[in-house]
Ligand binder design. Structure first.
Ligand SMILES: [Zn+2]
Length: 348
């Protein structure tokens, strides 16, 4: 049997199913119900938050033969065709790989022709900020006076790189990172649909790791399902996620707090021997220190003082920046942790 990635299998088919983007879905749905759909939209927001899914739903909704309260029915020919990616009138262009003026010229020529199968031609341009200046100019011309039957949906993770002239011709929607509670609830729902058992803590960990990206969260869940047979637990998913043991992390935080350089070096050596991802570890440590700080602020007893947690956070965030581009991650991590430990304090 062919394996379909969970993210594809459960891709939302109605605006109401978009997770964590109620503000966008509500407005778009009202526009559809009142037949006040704009001819150009720009969907902005972090990766994996549902921009392309929303664009595909919109392209179905405007072409559906029997829309249900504005939502696409999912049953008619148009809905099915577009869902299969077989419609000649719904075109997805990835600007990251088609940056040039030729693609935009083709597009400009293409919109002159009436749609062949559907009511409206829909052009979805992903990562639109990647277009070259010339390509933007060509696109701008088409956006100025598009024919009635054309709809543009631009999507971008970096709206600040899109020229104002383009932005001003589009109705803009900002997609948000999805809150952890909502991600968690969604993962729980998917586990149920898949008939898999999962510990709450394990799903919460996945939700946290996804940092607000729905697609990342679902892909991580997928990986965990594939890699384990029975119930998902903290224990069996930590190796999948490449996460270190909680106790090891606490020991490292302690070593830093106690200015213990030797223990830090040994710890990093262990991470290297186990082939761990250094950046992932640092992020986990950051998360831990941040939790300590928050706990301290709400008056709970903690391993680190507030002042110490704050200083460690500052040093570790700096380290994380350096680690992002480092060609020698092990050394960079070691240095970051040693810096955070303020060894000179131990020398006195
Ligand atoms: Zn339909």
């Amino acid at each position: 049997m062919e394996y379909t990635a969970l993210y594809r299998k459960y891709r939302p088919t109605r605006l109401a199913d978009l997770v964590g983007q109620e503000h966008v879905a509500g407005t778009l749905l009202r526009a559809l119900q009142n037949q006040r759909v704009a001819h150009a939209y720009i969907f902005c927001g972090p990766r994996g938050t549902g921009k392309t899914s929303a664009a595909l739903i919109m392209s179905r909704a405007v072409n559906c033969e029997h829309p249900v309260n504005g939502e696409p029915c999912g049953e008619c020919e148009a809905c099915r065709r577009i869902a299969k990616g077989a419609s000649l009138d719904v075109l997805e262009i990835d600007a990251a790989s088609n940056r040039g003026i030729n693609e935009m010229r083709d597009l400009r020529d293409g919109i002159k022709y009436l749609p062949g199968q559907e009511k409206r031609k829909v052009y979805i341009i992903d990562e639109v900020h990647m277009l070259t200046t010339e390509a933007f100019n060509a696109l701008l011309k088409t956006l100025e006076e598009p024919p009635e039957y054309v709809m543009f949906i631009l999507a971008t993770t970096e709206p600040h790189k899109v020229p104002v002239t383009i932005l001003s011709r589009c109705q803009r929607f900002d997609f948000h990172r999805v809150g952890q509670e909502q991600l968690f609830a969604h993962l729980q729902h998917l586990a149920q649909l898949e008939g898999r058992e999962a510990d709450e803590a394990a799903l919460k960990l996945i939700a946290r790791r996804a940092e607000g990206g729905l697609r990342d969260a679902v892909s991580l869940l997928d990986q965990c399902f594939v890699a384990t047979d029975g119930k998902l637990t903290m224990k069996n998913i930590s190796s999948v996620l490449g996460i270190v043991d909680e106790r090891f992390m606490m020991a490292m935080a302690e070593a830093i707090a106690e200015h213990d350089g030797l223990r830090i070096v040994k710890g990093v050596e262990l991470l290297a021997t186990e082939g761990r991802d250094m950046r992932l570890f640092l992020q986990q440590l950051l998360e831990f220190v941040r939790e300590q700080l928050l706990a301290g602020m709400s008056g709970k007893k903690t391993l680190l003082t507030r002042q110490r947690a704050l200083q460690m956070l500052r040093d570790l965030v700096d380290g994380d920046q350096r680690l992002r581009f480092s060609l020698t991650p092990r050394l960079t991590l070691e240095l970051a942790l040693l810096q955070a430990a303020h060894l000179e304090a131990a020398d006195k």
